[in-house]
Design a protein around this ligand. Structure first.
Ligand code: GLN
Length: 304
């Protein structure tokens, strides 16, 4: 398979197509990003790598971080985490409050904001220094000691994070947040502010294509069964109320963020990071989705 030629071809096609998306202006700092940025980076478990466009520019990974907070909580607590949240697609937007009342404060899955807040609460209960310990985990998974949060982005989101505050206090009212909601929110905003470029993104997530292990490191980050389950959740819940569409068009487990990034995994083959900041109506990167759709169509390879 000539991945390089296919990536170049698809990149040039999508770059020249119209972008019907819009920047995520509800977080003031994200509204300042250059809307024309477009980068892709591919990492295969046979060590082949290739990047194109703005793949070395850092961006805010936002909700993509929810996969990593889930992995750390899963590693610490094992299957017990599913006592606190579900594994079903929500069919609602990422920041929806609507199901929580009927579900008695138990979020449908770890990738909607409600679920990620519960995961952050679990981490607060189990880590001595949540922000530092989570960063150390990410740096270890990625093999990259240079990864960091952006305090500017975290503060920007905190200044307008009313919906997340409402979600967190609402879940607390059902007893499914154990810590001080302000501390949970502070950790949540910080975790969403992680910055990576496309190459860092694809390399960080390669362990999910490799049965839960980093390349050339025998110590697993997750067990094979946990890795299967995280990938399954990315497949069914990674794009909120557009998860079915992503599955239908792309056919890979993936996760998006309102910074315009998407990570997609082909188990036993590769991970691919795409970034284009303008978002469709569901809050997923317009061109990122297009790129991945054409990519799996042209490679004729997906998990299905
Ligand atoms: N930090 C963002 C929020 O809570 C993450 C949302 C996203 O990337 N979908 O609104």
């Amino acid at each position: 398979m000539n991945y390089k030629a296919i990536i170049e071809d698809v990149y040039n096609t999508v770059r020249n197509e119209e972008d019907a998306g819009k920047l995520a202006s509800y977080i003031p700092e994200l509204a300042k990003v250059d809307p024309e940025k477009f980068g892709v980076h591919f990492s295969a478990i046979d060590r082949f790598e290739f990047g194109i466009g703005d793949y070395r520019d850092k961006f805010s990974i936002q909700s993509i971080t929810k996969v990593l907070t889930l992995c750390l909580a899963y590693k610490i607590l094992g299957e017990k985490i599913w006592e606190r949240l579900g594994v079903e697609p929500s069919g609602t937007p990422f920041n929806s409050l609507i199901q929580l009342e009927a579900d008695k404060g138990v979020p449908r899955n770890p990738f909607i904001n409600a679920g990620a807040l519960v995961i952050c609460d679990i981490l607060l209960s189990h880590l001595d220094n949540p922000k530092a310990d989570f960063l150390e985990f990410i740096r270890n998974v990625s093999g990259n000691p240079g990864l960091n949060y952006s305090p500017k982005i975290a503060d920007s989101e905190k200044s307008v994070g009313y919906r997340n505050m409402a979600l967190c206090y609402f879940i607390k009212s059902f007893g499914n947040i154990k810590n001080d909601p302000l501390e949970v929110l502070d950790f949540y905003f910080c975790s969403c502010s992680l910055e990576m470029d496309c190459s860092e993104l694809s390399r960080t997530f390669l362990f999910l294509a490799n049965g839960g292990r980093k390349l050339f490191d025998p110590t697993p980050i997750l067990t094979k069964s946990q890795t299967k389950r995280v990938n399954a959740l990315m497949q069914t819940c990674g794009f909120y109320d557009e998860s079915g569409e992503f599955s239908f068009k792309v056919g890979l487990p993936g996760k998006s963020g309102v910074g315009g990034g998407i990570i997609a995994i082909h188990p036993s083959q590769y991970s691919i990071g795409v970034w284009s900041p303008k978002l469709n109506e569901k809050g997923n990167s317009f061109k990122g989705m297009k790129f991945l759709e054409y990519f799996t169509t042209n490679t004729q390879l997906s998990i299905f």
